[in-house]
Design a protein around this ligand. Structure first.
Ligand SMILES: Cc1cc2nc3c(=O)[nH]c(=O)nc-3n(C[C@H](O)[C@H](O)[C@H](O)COP(=O)(O)O)c2cc1C
Length: 332
């Protein structure tokens, strides 16, 4: 591990709940997060997380958790996709229970069973939300915090501006609210905390690190891209996802083709079109993430405009914390 400067901790209800130094989660990223990224972030005093689906079977996922535990003694997180599109959710949840994973982050679906089982061994559960209705539902189910995914985020961004979403959720919930979407610098972390967040979840910034498990072309593209280059496409999963506008994306367009669009409106064919689109989209993402191809589908959020270098994940955390304290001192 690279030597870490002694930075003053940033204490919030989230850091107390999770037992970490800085209120920063490196968000779980399909195809990007791996054992090295997660452990480097957790060793730096923040918390690294990864989706279980980055490993092809529950057995491989379980081995990956063992590797993470060997590389860090600090808390880390696993993301489970809880809806019906994920046939592995029960098996992957069993792996989390077996390893007593400190933080489970759920997306989509009903997280009740996850919350009950994870609380059973003393772990914590945060749920991704994009609006108040779902946030209230998961709070009632007993989750420990919500991740407020706003406009500008990488992955499946929410529709609401973080300037509104954070105070909106904060005023109506009693559990910690974690800001996600477009954050890549320390002054934005301060801004999020001022708006009522108890911490932040950051994805895109951590793609531009040596640890991230994707090609250098993808990392360089993150460094080069501006916020104006991020577009929303339905061609990956059927629901809008943020990607860098590459010549390939421009060629294939952002929407489903007219036949798919037509079949999606039909209740009999809807399910099959979704499945086919999902498989094709994941294939394209996977190819572009791991090898050089002209079919570049690179998932990233608007924060790309604030990312100018590829540096180790631990240094990203250090820089964010430094920038946070500088911004606090220089507040007008
Ligand atoms: C390439 C990529 C893949 C992602 N995959 C997932 C995922 O599998 N599960 C999940 O809950 N969130 C996923 N996200 C969302 C991140 O965990 C995080 O909430 C988001 O990136 C925050 O926005 P930012 O990228 O603007 O920092 C992904 C984001 C990116 C950029």
């Amino acid at each position: 591990m690279a030597s870490m400067e002694n930075l003053k901790p940033i204490q919030t209800s989230m850091t107390k709940l999770l037992g970490i130094q800085f209120p920063i989660i490196a968000g779980p990223m399909f195809l990007v997060s791996n054992e090295d990224l997660v452990s480097a972030v957790s060793n730096s005093g923040a918390l690294g997380a990864t989706p279980s689906l980055n490993w092809r079977t529950p057995e491989l996922f379980s081995q990956a958790v063992e590797t993470i535990k060997a590389k860090t003694s600090k808390p880390y997180g696993i993301n489970l996709i809880v809806n019906k599109s994920n046939p592995r959710v029960n098996q992957d949840l069993d792996v989390c229970v077996k390893h007593k994973v400190p933080l489970v982050i759920t997306s989509l679906g009903n997280p009740k069973e996850v919350i009950d089982k994870v609380h059973g061994y003393g772990g914590k559960v945060f749920c991704d939300v994009v609006d108040l209705k779902y946030a209230l539902k998961v709070q009632d189910l007993g989750c420990d915090g919500v991740i407020a995914v706003s406009q500008g985020a990488g992955g499946h961004a929410g529709p609401i501006s973080p300037l509104v979403l954070l105070p909106h959720l904060k005023s109506k919930l009693r559990i910690p609210v974690i800001a996600a979407g477009g954050i890549a610098s320390g002054n934005q972390i301060l801004a999020a905390l001022i708006l009522g967040a108890d911490g932040v979840q950051i994805g895109t910034r951590f793609i531009a690190t040596p640890e991230a498990g994707v090609t250098n072309d993808y990392k360089e593209a993150i460094v080069k891209a501006e916020p104006e280059d991020i577009v929303m496409t339905r061609r990956i999963s059927g629901t809008p996802a943020a990607v860098i506008k590459t010549p390939y994306i421009e060629k294939v367009g952002l929407d489903l083709n007219p036949i798919e669009g037509f079949l999606l409106k039909n209740p009999w064919t809807k399910k099959y079109v979704r499945m086919v689109r999902y498989v094709l989209g994941q294939n394209a993402l996977e190819k572009a993430a791991h090898k050089t191809t002209w079919k570049t589908v690179w998932s990233a959020g608007q924060g790309v405009g604030l990312i100018h270098d590829i540096i180790p994940a631990g240094q990203v955390v250090q820089r964010l914390v430094k920038e946070y304290w500088d911004a606090r001192e220089n507040l007008p």
